[in-house]
Design a protein around this ligand. Structure first.
Ligand code: SF4
Length: 144
């Protein structure tokens, strides 16, 4: 049993960009199955002592392509954490280009910490010779 447990869910390998330096390699469109996400979450919760902390991460690909899955898992995590007397924090790493209503709810969730990857202007990134994004990454945006 642990006092602190970090669980990172790779909710999709897909991405709406195509950066030439991408760490994820070749993309394929297959979201994490609901039952896999739920089983991993329940396993993490069962590994914690009451009063412990669950650090839940969402990663990809671009995780906000599966914002509905992230939102559902986050809701289940809150329910399980409350029931088991755990602290819960969440983080999500995004390229900042998916901004539909569900994605906004996820990004603005009170427990959510965001890591936003931002490469700069097309001119400056092209100058490195590395960036071949299919879509130019947009400017960083305010969440306030
Ligand atoms: S935004 Fe991230 S995941 Fe998507 S192609 Fe670029 S580096 Fe890869």
């Amino acid at each position: 049993m642990y006092q602190r447990f970090g669980l990172t869910l790779v909710v999709t390998h897909d991405c709406n960009l195509a950066c030439g330096y991408c760490y994820a390699g070749r993309k394929f469109n297959r979201k994490m199955a609901d039952e896999i996400a739920d089983a991993a979450l329940r396993r993490a919760v069962a590994s914690l002592n009451s009063g412990g902390t669950l650090e839940l991460g969402f990663f990809g690909g671009e995780p906000l392509l599966e914002a509905a899955l992230v939102e559902r898992v986050l809701g289940l995590a809150e329910e399980l954490a409350h029931r088991s007397g755990l602290d819960l924090s969440a983080c999500l790493t995004t390229n900042g280009t998916v901004r539909d209503a569900t994605a906004w709810r996820v990004m603005r969730h009170p427990r959510m910490n965001l890591a936003l990857s931002f490469d700069g202007s097309l001119k400056s990134t092209t100058a490195t010779g590395l960036s071949v994004c299919r879509t130019t990454k947009i400017s960083a945006f305010a969440l306030a």
